[in-house]
Design a protein around this ligand. Structure first.
Ligand code: IMP
Ligand code: MG
Length: 187
């Protein structure tokens, strides 16, 4: 038995490793956007943990805004993968601003592509993508990832904002759940 607050099979990245990597990526972002007005946009709820850690580590002034979507990933049974809609829009316009879309994970790419298209139509000065996790092995639609913390394999993970049935977002590490605890493939 584990004493972790989740049925974890394996820790992929410890809290310390995640935090160290976020510092590195934040430094890259700070250098790239120095002298510009950067706005970080996160998708509720998964990306909020990453956004706050990243924003704290970025050394230039940033604005933040949030949107919420209802998405149906390729792992959800009975619905078309890639169906996404905005459930809560941004508070403010993004016209002529440098925008960095903050993602928890880019998996098939459907969600990110939808968001990019939606945001691009609002006339930002620039539009980039920064993701905590990138799972290129499952990509169906190509999206240009500008910054990523970790590439991961085809195992369902939780922690650092990523959930399984809304649980385990508050784990500080990124972990593979025990397959016995997953009901993803059950009808
Ligand atoms: P995509 O549209 O297939 O790229 O799916 C992205 C979304 O699927 C993410 O924002 C997550 O909400 C969810 N997702 C994909 N893989 C995982 C995972 O391993 N753990 C938790 N959520 C995941
Ligand atoms: Mg989710």
């Amino acid at each position: 038995m584990t004493n972790l607050p989740a049925p974890i099979e394996r820790v992929l990245y410890s809290e310390e490793q995640v935090s160290a990597r976020i510092q590195e990526v934040a430094a890259e972002i700070s250098a790239k956007y120095a002298g510009r007005d950067l706005k970080l946009i996160a998708v509720l709820k998964g990306s909020v943990f990453f956004l706050t850690a990243l924003a704290r580590a970025i050394s230039i002034p940033v604005k933040i805004d949030f949107l919420a979507i209802s998405s149906f990933s390729g792992r959800t049974q009975g619905v078309t993968p890639g169906m996404v809609r905005i459930a809560k829009d941004l508070d403010d316009a993004i016209q002529d601003e440098d925008i960095l879309l903050i993602e928890d994970i880019v998996d098939t790419g459907f969600t990110t592509r939808y968001l990019l298209q939606t945001l691009a139509g609002r006339g930002p000065r620039s539009l980039g993508i920064c993701t905590l996790l990138d799972r290129t092995s499952r990509r169906i639609v190509q999206v240009p990832v500008d910054f990523r913390c970790f590439e991961i394999g085809d195992r369902f993970v939780v922690g650092c904002g990523l959930d399984y049935q809304q649980l385990y977002r508050n784990l500080g590490c990124i972990a593979v759940l025990d397959p016995a605890a997953l009901e993803l493939d059950k009808p």
